[in-house]
Design a protein around this ligand. Sequence first.
Ligand SMILES: Nc1nc2c(ncn2[C@@H]2O[C@H](COP(=O)(O)OP(=O)(O)OP(=O)(O)O)[C@@H](O)[C@H]2O)c(=O)[nH]1
Ligand SMILES: [Mg+2]
Length: 364
Amino acid sequence: MGFEIGLTGLPNVGKSTIFNAISKAQAEVANYPFTTTEANKGIVSVPDPRLERLAELVRPEKVTPTTLAFVDLAGLAEGASRGEGLGNQFLGHIREVDAVAHVVRCFTDPNVAHTYPDLNPRRDAEVVTTELLLADLATVERQVAKVERRAKTGEREARGEFAVLERAREALQKGTVLRKVAWSGSETSHLRDYFLLTDKPLLYIANIDEESLAAPPAEVGELEALAAEESSPLIVLCGKLEAELLDLDPAEQEEFLAAAGVAERGIEQLVTVGYRMLDLITFYTPVGPELRAWTLKRGQPAVEAAGKIHSDMARGFIRAEIVSFDEFCRMGSFAKAKEEGQLRLEGRDYAIQDGDVVYFRFSV
Ligand SMILES: Nc1nc2c(ncn2[C@@H]2O[C@H](COP(=O)(O)OP(=O)(O)OP(=O)(O)O)[C@@H](O)[C@H]2O)c(=O)[nH]1
Ligand SMILES: [Mg+2]
């Protein structure tokens, strides 16, 4: 249902610490819309100035932001692709998330054991990436073995699949993560069936010492270079500070951040960057007493948007009445927009645009 980002990385790099900061941030959002949460899943509301603006206009009784979910995963050891550590079980959990946040240790605390004796974030990151690459290669080779014979006997569908797998195998053998390969639309939909790991969008989190927040160590620069080579976003934060911060009241938090030289909270950056990386958009429904923001993948049609709210709305979909965010701000209400001829009527296939304010008509 919601979009999920999995925290991965070597053991003892601060995944759970960052996750705890997320969970505490979640507790601060009293009205987040999920009812079931698992122990290792944290939900954070997406910071959204447009929602605040709409709330000023609509004056609803309740404002519900949209959310992203984060999943805390066990540490990934070298050899995981061969079943070391929690191995396959662990890789299975990564398969289920929509994107990966790869936490890399950039703090030097001698009291916290590290897999390797020295601080080398770039090497650490590459160790994890290699495991994911090898796991993907194993998956692809299994699939090749399955499809090859059918492809050779000329089955059209199998030939297409085989060609994609061959391309994937070639890239992986060269050490190229699949997200870096330029795939066509049909190739992408084939790949989706295999739940490959290096195909998922990924961001790096450099977890640094509190003391070095104002001036991150040189090693972070190497990680930055790696992220840039892969066109992956990188967030620099101190997990420990982020978690401690949430025990303070808002005014103290501001002071604390200013003293540490932090312009924007890491958790907020994480949500914003994650949202962008997954190519998500937000639409709004001011219905009755509640104004609510919802998340969609860019390009998703109106009928699926309706289904996010209630399955009946998708089943009995009649039309979507839409005012863009800017128009809504100009008009101030649905009624005024309608009067002025600014209300658009769209059918089930209409791709919802970022910022659309939507009223669904349906009948069951
Ligand atoms: N000095 C310092 N210590 C940190 C920081 N972040 C985490 N730690 C410490 O590192 C240790 C391991 O942190 P965890 O968050 O449990 O690490 P993890 O990645 O979840 O580890 P596994 O689940 O075992 O893979 C804990 O003692 C944390 O307090 C940080 O930014 N600075
Ligand atoms: Mg942990």
